[in-house]
Write a protein of this length. Structure first.
Length: 345
């Protein structure tokens, strides 16, 4: 099977423009977040925004993105969308966590320092556990160790720092499970083996295309966006030849309505926040004392969750993204209501 992983938008790889403001799942961001905090520490140069979308399922959990946004407005749009996506992701992963996210504005290669990270940690600590942070684009497990010197509400730490280390392994594992489930739904088999060799034999010397649009237009089976958001947009949808879109990036669809265009074209989109939840499953497991086997077993369930969403989408005549949103919202509503009853009694 031919799989193409879009990784062109990572900082330092020719994709340093600010992420496209994305609507993400569910209703519009405005007025729906529980709390948005603007953080500024002049001595270290820290400018950050922490967004808590929901704590209905428990303390909000989501990474810290360190990125050279073109403006504070662009940073705010990104953190609002990402925090909402985390609420849906954590819900679908069955975690007892709401959705939160943080962004630090600036070039991490130039601005990142111990003083800045510790200042950021103090802001996270001031939220008294309503937000638990971890690493994301532009931050690392080593950075979380520094943040943790000022803050108890940190996960995604290094092995030597008492954490589970890099979460990309389980993220990739989860995407693989989602890809297998989607392949089974489309082609009747969950195997991803064999077709790459056939393509190479048929086209010796073929090279990977040099940009996203060329990749999208290629004769591939699976298009897998694995960097920043907005990878599936109005410009490249008409070019897509893939039957499946399934990748590790957050907010892959550039705006609402794209999910229907894809469905109308017969392209099956595996909702990103479902298939890429392996990483947050790992960092959530770390909070209570990490077990790789336990976290991997939970990430393996992404296969069944993805299959369930695709079946519901077919049965209800809606795109998979809509089916996933409904399931995520239902759990947030039902469990949130129960927690409210118990906490209020």
């Amino acid at each position: 099977m031919t799989n193409v992983f879009d990784n062109f938008d990572r900082p330092g790889a020719g994709g340093d423009a600010a992420p496209v403001p994305l609507p993400g799942p569910g209703p519009a961001a405005s007025g729906r977040h529980e709390q948005v905090v603007f953080c500024h520490d002049a001595p270290s140069g820290l400018r950050a925004i922490i967004a808590i979308y929901s704590t209905a399922l428990g303390p909000s959990l989501g990474g810290t993105r360190f990125y050279p946004y073109q403006s504070e407005g662009a940073a705010l749009a990104d953190v609002l969308n990402l925090s909402r996506a985390m609420a849906y992701k954590n819900s679908m992963a069955g975690l007892d966590h709401g959705g939160g996210k943080a962004v630090i504005i600036g070039d991490p290669l130039r601005l990142k320092s111990e003083a800045l990270l510790r200042a950021y940690g103090r802001f996270v600590q001031s939220l008294s556990g309503r937000y638990i942070t971890a690493c994301d684009v532009g931050t690392s497990s080593e950075d979380m160790d520094i943040v943790a010197r000022e803050c108890r509400h940190v996960t995604g730490r290094t092995l030597r720092g008492g954490g589970a280390g890099d979460s990309s392994l389980l993220t990739a594992f989860g995407v693989f499970q989602g890809m297998r489930a989607t392949a089974e739904h489309v082609w009747g088999t969950d195997s991803l083996e064999g077709r790459v060799d056939k393509v190479r034999a048929r086209h010796p010397g073929v090279e990977v295309a040099a940009d996203r649009e060329s990749l999208a237009a290629s004769a591939i089976d699976v298009f897998s966006p694995c960097a920043l958001g907005g990878a599936v947009n109005d410009a490249n949808i008409p070019l897509l030849q893939a039957r499946i879109i399934c990748g590790g990036a957050n907010n892959q669809l550039a705006h609402p309505g794209i999910e229907k265009v894809l469905a109308d074209r017969g392209i099956v989109y595996a909702p990103d926040y479902v298939v890429n939840s392996g990483g947050v499953i790992q960092v959530a497991d770390e909070i209570g004392g990490f077990s790789f086997e336990r976290a991997q077993a939970r990430a393996a369930q992404i296969f069944d969750i993805t299959k369930r969403i695709l079946v519901i989408a077919d049965d209800e005549g809606v795109p998979p993204a809509v089916a996933a949103d409904r399931l995520a919202e239902r759990r947030i509503s039902e469990i949130g209501r129960l927690r409210g009853i118990w906490l209020g009694s």
